[in-house]
Design a binder for this molecule. Structure first.
Ligand SMILES: Nc1ncnc2c1ncn2[C@@H]1O[C@H](COP(=O)(O)OP(=O)(O)OP(=O)(O)O)[C@@H](O)[C@H]1O
Length: 81
């Protein structure tokens, strides 16, 4: 029997859901880890915009900072790829 559930876009082990917000260089989407069932926000960078505005160094710095922060009032970054 055919399933009526629409197929969802997958990024590695994450199943993408609705868009939560958009910034200048990225879109943030709701996502679900299909292995653990955990819900997360996934940030997808627009590579062309990042390169055009020479933002790579700043973005790498933001990633390094986020990796260091562990605070109950700050979002936790799980992985970067
Ligand atoms: N962890 C998150 N959970 C839910 N929504 C989020 C999360 N992170 C970002 N968003 C939403 O996505 C939007 C875009 O986030 P992003 O970090 O790309 O840009 P920004 O820092 O808000 O803006 P800019 O990059 O233009 O300075 C945010 O404004 C927010 O609405």
């Amino acid at each position: 029997m055919a399933s009526s559930t629409p197929s969802r876009t997958r990024v590695r082990r994450y199943e993408l859901g609705r868009t939560l917000g958009e910034g200048t260089f990225a879109k943030v989407k709701f996502a679900r880890n299909v292995e653990t069932g955990e819900n997360v926000a996934i940030k997808i960078l627009d590579k062309e915009k990042v390169l055009k505005h020479k933002m790579i160094t700043q973005i790498k710095r933001e990633i390094s900072t986020m990796k260091l922060i562990r605070h109950p009032n700050v979002i936790r970054m799980f992985e970067v790829s």
